[in-house]
Write a protein that binds this ligand. Structure first.
Ligand code: SF4
Ligand code: SF4
Length: 127
């Protein structure tokens, strides 16, 4: 991960097979709010992963800071070869995507006829 600036949200929300880490559980290597405690030896999945928020930071229209996953509590990913959006949320905040500026982001996607799914503990719901 690069330029996450202290966001470590995906180190909790996502499954990491190489680490036998289930979703919605902090990785044992995570320094929460700081970064990876095993940066040099982190698995390939971690080396290549970039959430959509991070990807957009290199683009002309970066997602706002308030939508960063540690603040919004939603990790935005893609599926269907990048065509569709998946919103990964924790069971303790399953409706995080419905709040504040994040809802505006979701409505913008839906308005552009992009398929959006919410993933919570492996349950996938299409919006
Ligand atoms: S959720 Fe995105 S911004 Fe946050 S640590 Fe992971 S890749 Fe970085
Ligand atoms: S190994 Fe590092 S980057 Fe990968 S999930 Fe754990 S803390 Fe995050």
């Amino acid at each position: 991960m690069h330029n996450c600036d202290g966001c470590t949200a995906c180190c909790k929300v996502l499954k990491i097979q190489e680490l036998d880490k289930p979703g919605n559980t902090w990785c044992r290597h995570c320094k929460i709010g700081v970064g990876c405690g095993a940066y040099e030896t982190r698995p390939e999945a971690c080396r290549i992963y970039e959430c959509v928020w991070l990807q957009t930071q290199r683009m002309g229209k970066p997602m706002a800071l308030e939508l960063r996953p540690d603040k919004s509590r939603v990790v935005v990913g893609t599926t269907n070869q990048g065509e569709d959006i998946v919103l990964y949320v924790s069971p303790d905040r399953p409706n995080a995507w419905q709040h504040g500026a994040f809802l505006g982001f979701v409505n913008d996607l839906l308005g552009r006829r992009i398929n959006v799914f919410v993933s919570c503990n492996d349950r996938l719901q299409k919006l």
